[in-house]
Each structure stands twice: as structure tokens, then as C-alpha cells.
Ligand binder design. Structure first.
Ligand SMILES: *Cc1c(COP(=O)(O)O)cnc(C)c1O
Length: 407
């Protein structure tokens, strides 16, 4: 097998690794899909904001530039990583809260329809938000997963995700909204967004896409794919830092039709009139509720700029090379591990999961040595590869560590 050193020296994106902050105690960082490393440029950006903006402008900063920041970053993100034209993306609440706002708005735009479809393998927060909205609005949750052929616990085959065949079985004239993730958080399965969206549109349903595990690592064309609504985290492959606010995409044609449920003053047409009665703003700003978390959205700007500069095609090429290398090494070095991710690169995002007996006991030992993959219940080690910051050598150290975890 080709060595990690030669892969790193042949990597056209290798130089970008030096742009990220490193700590000498971290030997291999394989969890950038949960929390990306900081870019060194962000240190200066945050420092300058505190001194020159917050410290010097004080309240005047809101008038000058802060209030527009969520939509300016949204446009940049749309252009760099979402395939979204301007005026359709904003930065705001957590992904959980934005899921709630988008799904509620979508459900209310399909009166008389009684079902929300989601898969059992989706991230817990997505499922919980859907269950909560169903209870609140008197709707039923229709689950993908738990059918014959799936695992006994109702989970779909561990190495796959939602394809059009599985979705079609659940779609009907009763479907109000479908909620799906582009890349599954555990298996890494990469869904065909355009195909699944158009299948849902055939029955008149809306689709809310969660892009948390794909944005910044996988090509996305929301406008071209006909996507209605999308949201996702900015602290994963967008390196915005812990708890950085999420983004929401609302297709331009839907903005006037949809009403989100958390009516706040900054989503109104004239917030500073301090008037009576809620009149929503036009455009994407109607999806804002309260004061935007400005400090939290500073760092992601550096990563969005870097993604735009490098280009998502080159990022995806390296991502595929990294996951392919990880899979081949694991097959070679970990004969008892089971690949719980698609073997075909075209169906895979930028992480893989390896299931194995006792893997829950290995991860703490690796963390103690500065090798940082993630653990996913019940027995999975998840290896996340953030294309601009992860080296092939880190991947090799990670797989090597799983084989030789020590005591
Ligand atoms: C990481 C992740 C989330 C996290 O949501 P928060 O509100 O930021 O905690 C939600 N959904 C998916 C699919 C995720 O991968």
C-alpha cells in the first residue's frame, strides 16, 4: 500500500494545513466533523473585533455593520459552499432551533396534510424536533427504517442511508414534510439530494435538508437541485468554533409563503419602530427572531473564504482520497473491524465509521494519547477527515492506534 508520507507529499492541498492552529499534544485529529480546528486567521479576526469593533464602536456597531452580518455571511456561504444565490441564506440560531423553525414553517404551509417523514438513523436532535412538532400540531411521524431487512433495533443497514426507493415507500398525498440529512452522521452515507427532493415534490411535500455533516466537505447545489429549505452546523467543516450559530436556507420563491413560529422583533419589517403587532420582514430576514450572535459568527468567515478560494471540487477530491485511504488501511490492519460506511466513494461523505467489539473501550485510550477519533454507540469508532486540515499521516496514526491502543 502507498505510504501516508507519499500521499501527503503528493497532496495538492497539503500547504493549507499550516493555516490551522495546532497543539503539539494532538497527534492525530480525526473529529473535525464534530468540531473543526480553528484557523490561525480567526485569532486575529476575533481580537480585532473585540478591540476595534465592540470596544471602539460600542452601540454604534449595530448601525454600521453588525445587523447585516448574518445575511452577508449567508450570501458568502451560499456562494462558496451551498450553490445558493444571494438573499436566501442567513446565520442565526443553533441547528436544533433552525430545524424547529423551518419544519414548523413547512408543516404550516401544507395544511390538511398529516404526516412528517424522517429516518430512524437521523441525528437525535432532528428526530426529537420532528416528534415535538408532530405532537404540537397533531401530526404523525412516518419513519424510514425498521422495515423487514433492517436491523432488529429498527435501524437501517448500518452502512447505508435513505435512497429514493426507501423514501418512495413512505411518500403519499398525506406527506406534509420530509426531513433528511445529506450525509448521515453515523454511516457517512451521502444522499442524492436532487433525486429525493424531486420525489417528495411529486406528491406535493416540502423537504427540509440537514447539511451539518456535508457543508464544506461535499459539493452542494441547493438552487439547482430545487431544494426548499436547509440548515446545518457551522462548527463542523465550517470551523466556526464551539456553538457557532447555524445557517438556514429558504428558497427565494418560498420566502413570502412561509411563516416561521418564533416571532421576534428583529424579524419584523421595521424593528426600530418598536410598534404594535408583528409584521414580518420580507425576504430571508423574516427567519430571524432575536439579536444575532455576532461574536459567534466571526471565525466561520475565515473558513468560508478559504473554501471559496480552494474550491469545493478540490476539497471533495481530497476528502475522497482520505476516506478511501482510511478504508483500505482499516481493511489491512483491522481484520476484526466492520466498515459501517458505504464502500463506494460516490455514496460517502467525509467520515467513516468502523464497528468492532470493544471499540468503546479503545477510544478513551486513544484520546489519552492525543489520537482523537469519535465514538458512536454502540460499538463504532468514527473517523472524520476535514479535507483542508487532516493529513494522510494523521489517518494512518489513527488506524494504527486502534490496532495498538495500549493498556
Ligand atoms: C451536529 C448535528 C446537529 C447538532 O445540532 P445543534 O443544534 O448544533 O446541537 C444536528 N443535526 C445533525 C445532522 C448534526 O450532524
Amino acid at each position: 500500500m502507498i505510504s501516508s508520507e507519499s500521499l501527503d507529499s503528493a497532496d495538492p492541498l497539503a500547504a493549507h494545513r499550516a493555516l490551522f492552529l495546532r497543539d503539539e499534544n494532538v497527534v492525530a485529529y480525526l473529529d473535525g466533523n464534530s468540531l473543526g480546528r480553528p484557523l490561525i486567521a480567526s485569532i486575529d479576526r476575533v481580537h480585532r473585533f473585540l478591540t476595534e469593533q465592540w470596544g471602539a464602536r460600542l452601540i454604534r456597531g449595530w448601525d454600521e455593520s453588525w445587523l447585516d452580518l448574518p445575511e452577508r455571511i449567508g450570501d458568502d456561504l451560499g456562494r462558496a459552499a451551498l450553490g445558493a444565490g444571494p438573499g436566501q441564506v442567513t446565520i442565526g440560531d443553533s441547528t436544533t432551533v433552525l430545524l424547529y423553525k423551518l419544519i414548523r414553517a413547512a408543516v404550516d404551509a401544507r395544511p390538511g396534510r398529516t404526516e412528517i417523514i424522517i429516518d430512524r438513523d437521523n441525528f437525535p436532535t432532528d428526530r426529537f424536533v420532528v416528534e415535538g412538532i408532530a405532537a404540537e400540531r397533531g401530526l404523525s411521524v412516518v419513519w424510514i427504517g425498521g422495515e423487514k431487512g433492517d436491523g432488529a433495533d429498527g435501524a437501517p443497514a448500518s452502512d447505508s442511508g435513505v435512497n429514493v426507493k426507501r423514501l418512495m415507500k413512505k411518500l403519499s398525498a398525506r406527506t406534509a414534510v420530509v426531513v433528511l440529512s445529506q450525509v448521515a452522521y453515523r454511516s457517512g452515507y451521502l444522499a442524492d439530494v436532487a433525486e429525493l427532493t424531486s420525489a417528495a415534490h411529486e406528491v406535493g411535500a416540502l423537504v427540509v435538508w440537514d447539511l451539518s455533516h456535508s457543508v464544506g466537505a461535499v459539493p452542494i447545489e441547493l438552487d439547482a437541485w430545487g431544494v426548499d429549505l436547509a440548515t446545518g452546523c457551522s462548527y463542523k467543516y465550517l470551523n466556526g468554533g464551539p456553538g457557532a450559530p447555524a445557517f438556514a436556507y429558504v428558497r427565494a420563491e418560498l420566502q413570502g409563503q412561509l411563516r416561521q413560529p418564533i416571532q421576534g422583533w428583529l424579524g419584523t419589517a421595521a424593528p426600530f419602530a418598536m410598534g404594535q403587532g408583528y409584521t414580518p420582514a420580507t425576504g430571508i430576514r423574516s427567519f430571524t427572531s432575536g439579536t444575532p450572535p455576532i461574536v459567534g459568527m466571526l471565525a466561520m468567515q475565515d473558513m468560508i473564504a478559504l473554501i471559496e478560494k480552494v474550491g469545493i471540487t478540490a476539497i471533495r477530491e481530497k476528502s475522497v482520497a482520505l476516506t478511501e485511504f482510511a478504508i483500505e488501511l482499516a481493511a489491512d490492519m483491522l481484520p476484526n473491524a466492520r466498515l459501517a460506511s458505504p464502500r463506494n466513494a460516490a455514496e460517502r461523505g467525509s467520515h467513516i465509521t468502523l464497528d468492532g467489539d470493544g471499540f468503546d473501550r479503545i477510544v478513551p485510550k486513544l484520546w489519552a494519547q492525543g489520537i482523537l477519533p469519535d465514538f458512536r454507540s454502540p460499538d463504532g469508532i468514527r473517523i472524520g477527515m476535514s479535507p483542508l486540515s487532516t493529513s494522510f499521516t494523521e489517518v494512518e496514526l489513527g488506524i494504527w492506534g486502534i490496532r495498538h491502543p495500549g493498556k
